[in-house]
Design a protein around this ligand. Structure first.
Ligand code: G3P
Length: 218
């Protein structure tokens, strides 16, 4: 399973990259705003800065909601760097834009996926990735992990090449459950990735090993 980090924070991207397990980055307009990155030129430069840290796919989201606007924005984003993946919302014009980009070998990530039907449409349109939002479904008392399972079954039935990018991951159990199901990618915050490190028996075991070493080497 590939690990993407879901942030526009350069320090966190660098930390995950330095850990050696980072395969790519996803961003969205909310994450950019959270870092204070506003205005067209600053946003475009920020994508380039991210691409200069991570040698892997970097999702950059369009803000247009009409086909022509998405095409215009997506083409400009794709020009920025070869690793840019154009992030397109799951709306009617978005489906058309996915098809347009697929025909031109421009990689896409269809975002705001909340149902199997939406994931099926995105795959039919040739999306490179689909982003089902696991945490936001959990937020409304619907099991987000079940959706990953459903999409995996559908894609496997028809050998769709679209990759399942489990998004809105909030904690380590989401990551483990996505891995069990066979999501191709998960994207989450740094804290969820780092939480995979933790086990109290690791901590106490290491403390014991170090204490025994000290005793033996007095
Ligand atoms: O990748 C989508 C993600 O940014 C949404 O996460 O935690 O805002 O639901 P969240």
């Amino acid at each position: 399973m590939k690990f993407f980090i879901d942030t526009a924070n350069l320090k966190e991207i660098k930390e995950a990259h330095d850990l050696g397990v980072l395969d790519g980055v996803t961003t969205n307009p909310s994450l950019m705003a959270k870092e204070g990155i506003t205005g067209h030129d600053k946003i475009m430069q920020h994508y380039v800065d991210i691409c200069n840290i991570v040698d892997g796919p970097v999702s950059a989201e369009v803000i247009s909601t009409d086909f022509e606007g998405m095409v215009r924005e997506g083409e400009a984003l794709a020009e920025l760097h070869e690793n840019i993946v154009v992030k397109i919302p799951m709306i009617k014009d978005g489906v058309k834009a996915l098809k347009y980009f697929a025909e031109r070998d421009i990689k896409t990530n269809c975002t705001l996926i909340f149902s199997a039907g939406q994931a099926l449409l995105a795959a039919k349109a040739g999306a490179t990735y689909v982003s089902p939002f696991v945490g936001r479904l959990d937020d409304i008392s619907t099991d987000g992990i079940d959706l990953i399972d459903q999409i995996r079954a559908i894609y496997d039935n028809y050998f769709f090449e679209t990759q399942i990018l489990a998004a809105s991951v909030r904690h380590p159990m989401h990551i483990i459950q996505c891995a069990e199901i066979g999501a191709d990618v998960m994207t989450g915050p740094l804290k969820s990735i780092l939480a995979l490190l933790n086990h109290p028996l690791t901590d106490s075991g290491l403390a014991q090993f170090l204490a025994d070493y000290q005793k033996g080497n007095k």
